[in-house]
Write a protein that binds this ligand. Structure first.
Ligand SMILES: *[C@@H]1O[C@H](CO)[C@@H](O)[C@H](O)[C@H]1NC(C)=O
Ligand SMILES: *[C@@H]1O[C@H](CO)[C@@H](O)[C@H](O)[C@H]1NC(C)=O
Ligand SMILES: *[C@@H]1O[C@H](CO)[C@@H](O)[C@H](O)[C@H]1NC(C)=O
Ligand SMILES: *[C@@H]1O[C@H](CO)[C@@H](O)[C@H](O)[C@H]1NC(C)=O
Length: 478
């Protein structure tokens, strides 16, 4: 007879998993195929920042039925990754992580939250850099380190968003990257990539990039150097183009990067509904040498009007015109070819050495001597957080979606279920097909004629980029 632990181990090995990806030089690589990986992602925070509430014991990856509903909808949409901003390390995420894994989707996870004591503040960052903040941050790493679909951790999101914060925040934010990487090195059995998600404020964007990607002189294992660099960019609005949107300047600016570059948010919503013509460019020949895809902001409709789907209080959900527009754009692309690209054989670009000449904006911090760990933090890094809220893949008993999911005309989509993928498979458009009623206007009537709305802040952590992105877009357009 098998012992219970042996049974458990056997059960775990029967769950199929996505291939564990690596950040190697300037690209994400699938080591099973040697191919580059392009992120086709959606930001996932049902309920906005209120969807994370420690007092109610909820976060976006804690309710299995909700995750099943959303994983099915996102699988049909064709995405291969979600970004989740606000996580409670002490909740159990096993079912949700297992559902997204089975659906062929990776998770890019922010280790911070907007709550006090759970992130570095833009104002006086030194006041928010202390051991219990780091302990919670490391606990998020513990909670997610064992899922094969954990693709990366964001050590900060838009903490630097103007010249003023560029003067004070960089050493602290780079220190948090160092600390999380140090924790990963000591307590994870693979080098899960860690990096920063920047506001696309062109005044400080490339200084921020250089500050995070440079290597301390003479050090080949400089742990404070980010493994990836991402940006939240809203400069492509409506029927724009590679040059009109300023995407060309981003490609020029990030060319030669030593780490993978991607959009950690995109999808300007003015005008609305969105047409997502940037998708063809992001995954096309003008960008893919430099970028590794992006993450659309965002899955659910919240007051700021960026939603692809609208959740009702009873948990039923209605797909919005933007969902269909995005699906149409994804379906135009040849993802077999896009995900089949090999990295070039030429040696990858090397990170520059950290020195003040890398910084071009007056007043932006050019001191690369980082603050030392706060008291008590070295011991946490050495011994690990206690207790360790470690998660694991579990088997899921049913893949059928339990909540009603509706087309914009109110009709319920029948037979919606997550299609569990086989070992080493990743989701792509066309993997899960289901009959939909497309809202494409045929009579100029009703369903798609949303009036353009202005966006007001997104969430406490992701609020400012839209406004600044719009300013950057105007600046670029001039
Ligand atoms: C550290 O994090 C763990 C996991 O969330 C928690 O249980 C523990 O109380 C924390 N310890 C301190 C000292 O904050
Ligand atoms: C979303 O649903 C709510 C009711 O649950 C409704 O008031 C709102 O108008 C809907 N929004 C959109 C964009 O369909
Ligand atoms: C650079 O930062 C370090 C650590 O905060 C500090 O000790 C040092 O004085 C700073 N150097 C300059 C020139 O400001
Ligand atoms: C528009 O939709 C409304 C409500 O569904 C319907 O009553 C009306 O006949 C439609 N008009 C046209 C021109 O299709």
């Amino acid at each position: 007879m098998l012992l219970p632990t042996a049974l458990l181990a056997l059960g775990a090995s029967l769950v199929s998993a996505v291939p564990v990806l690596e950040a190697k030089d300037n690209y994400f690589i699938n080591p099973k195929t040697g191919n580059r990986f392009q992120i086709v992602g959606v930001a996932y925070q049902p309920g906005g920042s209120a969807g994370y509430d420690p007092s109610r014991g909820v976060d976006p990856l804690s309710d299995a039925d909700v995750c099943l509903r959303d994983a099915a909808i996102l699988q049909v949409l064709g995405v291969n990754a979600i970004r989740v901003y606000n996580l409670n390390p002490d909740l159990n995420h096993d079912q949700c992580a297992s559902i997204f894994n089975a659906a062929g989707m990776y998770m890019l996870l922010d280790v911070n939250s907007p709550l006090v004591g759970e992130s570095l503040t833009s104002f006086n960052p030194w006041e928010s850099y202390y051991a219990s903040y780091l302990n919670r941050t490391f606990a998020v790493v513990e909670a997610f380190k064992n899922y094969p679909n954990t693709l990366a951790f964001f050590s900060g999101n838009e903490v630097i968003n103007n010249e003023e914060t560029g003067a004070t925040v960089p050493p602290y934010s780079r220190a948090v990257t160092r600390d999380v990487k140090n924790y990963v090195k000591n307590h994870c059995d693979r080098p899960i990539p860690v990096g920063y998600s920047a506001a696309d404020v062109r005044d400080v964007l490339f200084d921020t990039f250089n500050y995070f990607q440079c290597l301390e002189d003479g050090k080949t294992d400089d742990l404070s150097h980010g493994d990836i660099f991402a940006l939240n960019s809203y400069s492509w609005c409506g029927d724009s183009s590679f040059t009109k949107s300023g995407y060309d300047q981003l490609v020029a600016g990030f060319k030669g990067s030593s780490v993978p570059i991607f959009y950690s948010e995109y999808g300007c919503n003015t005008p609305s509904p969105r047409i997502f013509t940037e998708v063809g460019t992001i995954y096309g020949p003008e960008m893919t040498d430099v970028f590794s895809g992006g993450i659309v902001y965002e899955y659910t409709q919240e007051p700021n009007n960026f939603g692809l789907a609208n959740i009702s209080a009873d948990g039923s959900i209605t797909l919005l015109p933007d969902w269909y527009a995005l699906k149409d754009q994804f379906s135009k692309l040849d993802f077999t070819k896009i995900q089949g690209a090999k990295p070039p054989s030429a040696p990858a670009p090397k990170a520059p050495t950290c020195e003040s000449k890398l910084i071009s904006t007056k007043g932006f911090n050019s001191n690369f001597t980082l603050p030392v760990l706060p008291p008590d933090a070295p011991e946490i890094i050495q011994k690990g957080v206690s207790p360790k809220p470690v998660g694991k893949l579990v088997s899921i008993s049913s893949w059928d979606v339990k909540h009603p999911v509706r087309n914009p005309d109110g009709s319920v989509i029948s037979g919606l279920a997550v299609k569990p993928l086989g070992e080493d498979e990743i989701n792509a458009p066309g993997t899960n097909t289901v009959a939909l009623n497309s809202p494409t206007p045929t009579s100029g009537n009703g369903t798609t004629s949303a009036t353009p709305k202005n966006a007001a802040g997104k969430s406490a952590t992701a609020g400012i980029s839209f406004v600044l992105g719009a300013i950057a877009a105007v600046a670029v357009a001039l």
